[in-house]
Design a protein around this ligand. Sequence first.
Ligand SMILES: *[C@@H]1O[C@H](CO)[C@@H](O)[C@H](O)[C@H]1NC(C)=O
Ligand SMILES: *[C@@H]1O[C@H](CO)[C@@H](O)[C@H](O)[C@H]1NC(C)=O
Ligand SMILES: *[C@@H]1O[C@H](CO)[C@@H](O)[C@H](O)[C@H]1NC(C)=O
Ligand SMILES: *[C@@H]1O[C@H](CO)[C@@H](O)[C@H](O)[C@H]1NC(C)=O
Length: 431
Amino acid sequence: MGRYLLGILALLKNCIYSDVVNFDGDIKDFVVGNSTLFVLTDHRLHQMRHDLYEEKTKDITNAIHHNRVNILVPFEANGTLITCGTFEGYCEVLDINNITNSIYYESYILVGPRQNEKSVAFIAGRYLLVGKKDDDETAQGNRYSVVSLWNTLESQPGRIFSKLAEVSDASIQSTVRDVVFVDGFQRVSPSESYLFLNTKTDNERKVLVLRMNSAKEKKMDIIKSLQSATIQCCSDKVRPVLVACTVIPSVNGVIWAAGVFSAENQQDPENSAALYDISNVQGRVKGFCAYGENPCGSESGSELQPLSVVFKYSSMSAVAAVRIGSWIVLFIGTSDGQLIKLVLDEKFTPGCPTVLYKSDDERAVLPRMHFDPVDYKHIYIALRQQLRRVSVVQCGNYSTLKDCRAAQDPLCCWCVNTHRCSTQDECSDTS
Ligand SMILES: *[C@@H]1O[C@H](CO)[C@@H](O)[C@H](O)[C@H]1NC(C)=O
Ligand SMILES: *[C@@H]1O[C@H](CO)[C@@H](O)[C@H](O)[C@H]1NC(C)=O
Ligand SMILES: *[C@@H]1O[C@H](CO)[C@@H](O)[C@H](O)[C@H]1NC(C)=O
Ligand SMILES: *[C@@H]1O[C@H](CO)[C@@H](O)[C@H](O)[C@H]1NC(C)=O
């Protein structure tokens, strides 16, 4: 496989068109809203159109006050962008169409991580869900708060951001100190939240998935709806660390996830990409529970085994996926700057991996990649100071019916009207 990929690399290097923007600092995070992209660097927040035209910028730190933004969440239903940072611990609500317009500012709250740790934040129902390692060194009765639900709309005069429920904190607690949140997703219908994290104790490393029903109105009811499971990878070799993941919504209430797993072992640098059915995350994993629950979790949580291990490669660091009929297309970013496309048929059999992009100087692809939400024909990837918009389809490259079919790319079809290999909507546009 490796040698084969190198071959493609040599062939494709530098020959694929993509849009690109260079910033004056490393990209820390970026999110995609309905019509806008928000890119966070050390010093600035940038508001860009989907075609990467920059509309606005906002300074987030200056020479006097150091500040690091650690929460960046579009709240489309409210027309706002929620940002939180470390300078005195604050959150600021910005106009989603004009980030220089600050709608609300609140100080002395710490919503995101204090240290430079990984965290996950998104809108779950009416609340802002934040998953992070507890900043308090001292556990309350050996428990750490790892997931909290914050208000997003005014709850008491003059205050918005609060994690209090009726009587206590609305949080998920853990008896495990060492947790690293990898990613999280909100599914719209039914309204459910999924969180993926790594845990580490003296003798064991585990990957967990947490699921909550975010349709519930009360925070505590969302917290109490917690279900959890362990994710195993893989049968050939144990790779107990999740590097990146994504969810793949499917039909009939089924939901799949794709994850990239590592052994974090120099002797075994190869990572595995595997698919899971996460539709039935049931029970509780020991050590994770709703606030105040006793005992904290039980061993009733299920263990999810992969549906299939679809790809092995040494430097995978990011994954995104789309589903087209019964096919899945995975996009895999690597720590040496490649974006690889892998088509899986209904039996999860991978086709030939193709390299959509390769950076000249082997910059790592940021673990979070996003599709253009309008047509899913482009994917955004961040490589240190650079943001790229890469086309995910190259149907035009197949000039005959035979080549178009042989490409086995579910994103392309042979258009009878034009006698060209094109995407479905390009074809219907001309009919
Ligand atoms: C944003 O897009 C989502 C999904 O397409 C849609 O449900 C929502 O109404 C949109 N919100 C706004 C404010 O346009
Ligand atoms: C959006 O949020 C602001 C401030 O949090 C609030 O005052 C406003 O009512 C919200 N608007 C909508 C449409 O929910
Ligand atoms: C954006 O917001 C700023 C600050 O409120 C305001 O001065 C400016 O006119 C706004 N720009 C647009 C295009 O609405
Ligand atoms: C696909 O087409 C583009 C634009 O015509 C070209 O630059 C690129 O090299 C082609 N890719 C492959 C895989 O042939």
